[in-house]
Design a protein around this ligand. Structure first.
Ligand code: BGC
Length: 444
């Protein structure tokens, strides 16, 4: 018997799942798609299990089945991302309408199934030709991103009302430009991280303004990975490390869009590339903020790493298959802080979930009790935050399907539906049935 049901959440709450184009679509050569930075990264042998996203979940061809799975789970919302290199194969120039045709079909399918499509414009598949011109390290990418936003909304905004600009600009900047674990694999440290963050903020601001100028009545927003930062000990150095990490991980994006502010702790480091007018340009009165929450960040001073910060002992006894601590109350803290310090913006959980070492039982099913408990524990915190007045409007789990987990390839499974990567067969896990029961509510 679940400890939570949809009756514990506000009316009209959004229930569903999130995915991203590169992680599920496959069909990387279909219909004129161009190369992206992750294709290059994988071709360079940077994916730990040697896999690529060439097949992924073959969602490009099996999307009807995936929509049906969502409908059968009673989902009323779905966040997916649009692949920039399908729409602009070289990142700019002429629109590739065949690339947009795919999303056109998907959106119609979702609407017919009673599922609200929530589109994200950028979930990390930067067209390689734009990376070749500096990617997020420079300003050249800003115009093409705004043009892309306009092209996509011109085609789909008659049916898609919810538009998210970016997904986790901090992760792109830190792992893609600072540490090198993600595409495009730069190890530029602090300067790479801060430049990539700032230019994503600028591109986001430009895209939001361009869409708002062209359309009325849309819900405009973005998706941030937020993680309350705590020191790993009571040493002053670790407290300073946590404050610095908070500025880098959380505030650059959050204060950028909501307050038009560069975090004071970083102002000096960013002075060389923040121009007059930038702070106004990155601010925008968004309608909806998506939050991806996985865990808290417990930080310590580590000399020699960017910002002299590294992850410390989280003092936790539960971990996911990624080795991430399970800390559901961090999600409550986060929502409460948005309420008290940021004016209680409309937010939804755009990602929350866990990879575990799933086993297929003799009955062919994955009885993923740990994932069920993870989701239930986080839902309890979301419900508590809603009861305490936080303006939280939905919960989309990560992820609908097992998928291509970036540098981990196909080795980490986050889905509530298992995918057999040889046959592409989908098998709902217990967590899928659990969410469906929660949505159905107490009357069931
Ligand atoms: C990303 C997803 C990713 C998930 C699990 C988030 O950072 O948005 O693309 O698969 O976390 O690592």
């Amino acid at each position: 018997m679940s400890r939570i049901s949809s009756a514990d959440f506000p009316p009209d709450f959004l229930w569903g799942a999130s995915t991203s184009s590169y992680q599920i679509e496959g069909a990387l050569d279909a219909d004129g798609r161009g190369p992206c930075v992750w294709d290059t990264f994988a071709a360079a042998g940077k994916i730990q299990d040697g896999s690529t996203a060439a097949g992924a979940c073959d969602h490009y061809h099996r999307w009807r089945e995936d929509v049906l799975l969502m409908q059968q789970a009673r989902f009323n919302a779905y966040r997916f991302s649009i692949a920039w290199p399908r729409v602009f194969p070289t990142g700019r120039g002429a629109v590739n309408e065949r690339g947009l045709d795919f999303y056109d079909r998907l959106v119609d399918g979702l609407l017919a199934a009673g599922i609200r499509p929530m589109a994200c414009l950028y979930h990390w598949d930067l067209p390689q030709p734009l990376e070749d011109r500096g990617g997020w390290l420079g300003r050249e990418v800003i115009g093409p991103f705004a043009d892309y936003a306009v092209a996509v909304t011109r085609r789909l905004a008659d049916r898609v009302k919810d538009w998210m600009m970016l997904n986790e600009p901090n992760v792109v900047a830190i792992f893609g430009y600072g540490l090198g674990d993600h595409a495009p694999g730069h190890t530029l440290g602090e300067v790479g991280i801060l430049k990539a963050l700032h230019h994503q903020n600028l591109a986001q601001g430009a895209a939001l303004r361009a869409i708002a100028a062209a359309h009325n009545g849309l819900t405009l927003g973005t998706v941030l990975n937020l993680s309350p930062a705590r020191p790993s000990s009571d040493r002053a150095e670790d407290a300073a490390a946590a404050a610095m990490w908070d500025a880098v991980w959380n505030r650059t994006s959050l204060d950028g869009v909501l307050r038009g502010r560069i975090p004071p702790l970083l102002a000096e480091r960013m002075a060389g590339f923040v121009l007059p007018g930038d702070e106004a340009a990155i601010r925008f009165p968004i309608d909806l903020l998506g939050i991806n929450y996985y865990s808290r960040s417990t930080m310590q001073e580590v000399k020699g790493r960017p910002f002299d910060v590294g992850w410390g002992d989280p003092h936790c006894d539960r971990f996911t298959g990624m080795g991430w601590p399970v800390q559901p109350d961090g999600l409550y803290d986060l929502l409460l802080e948005l309420k008290t310090a940021y004016g209680n913006p409309a937010t939804y959980i755009a990602e929350n979930g866990a990879a575990y070492d799933d086993q297929v039982a003799a009955d062919g099913v994955v009885h993923d009790a740990e994932r069920v408990r993870f989701i239930e524990d986080h839902l309890l915190e979301v419900a508590r935050a809603a009861r305490d007045g936080c303006n939280v409007t939905g919960y989309l789990c990560w992820s609908l399907l097992d998928n291509f987990e970036w540098a981990f390839g196909l080795s980490k499974r986050f889905g509530i539906v298992r995918v057999d990567y040889d046959t592409f067969e989908r098998t709902p896990k217990d967590s899928y049935r659990f969410i469906s029961e929660v949505i159905r509510g107490r009357e069931s």
